[in-house]
Design a protein around this ligand. Sequence first.
Ligand code: 6GU
Length: 247
Amino acid sequence: MRIAVLTLFPGMLEGFVRESILGRAISSGVIDIRLVNIRDFAYDKHQVTDDYPYGGGAGMVMKPEPLVRAIESVTAGVEPRPHVVLMTPQGRLFDQARAKGLARLESLVLVCGHYEGIDERVLSFADEELSIGNYVLTGGELAAAVVADAVARLVPGVISPGSSLLESFQDGILEGPQYTRPRDFRGMPVPEILVSGDHEKVRVWRRKEALRKTALRRPDLLAGAKLGPEDLKLLAEIEKEPEPEGL
Ligand code: 6GU
């Protein structure tokens, strides 16, 4: 998969791309990431990328020409046509389902907005707008990093098979508790069942604890989760048990 990130601040993403899971995926050739500086597409002498808003008001607006030229520089002649995403707080909320959808694409372009926003006419050069949450960031770079990371880890070959299968949100519920050595940490022992060697008991226990954590912290997720007959039985058991303290 090819990902191009269009930004006024490529330095913000360079370290992340190098050091993260993306860096490894790039080294192994599974993913290609390009950081494109939007300023390189501002052709006036001072390479201006923002301007005052029509109608007045505070803040600056990103000019359409550098943005659209930057988009065209990574899409022109590319088949299949790359999917262009504008990172803005006005976008649809990004979630795991969207990550899965984007991970199927061959070529993805993430455009980072800045200042008070971007000229509305740029929207017609994009396929969708995405936001990563209900809060405002100073720019789309961190949001693009979040999307690139969530998408890249779903691309086959980026992380070892199996490791993502049990993780949070894969089937719509949270991940259960995990333990490693030491067996007793400051008076807190590892649950006995995990050292029992009974793989089937361990599997059921893990599923139950994952369901318990989800029911307790994110009951909203249970409604949309893929639950089987065993899950419903485990949830019924959980309901009869006293709630664990502390969370
Ligand atoms: Cl994509 N951009 C900005 N500036 N703020 C955000 C966001 C994006 N998603 C959540 N907040």
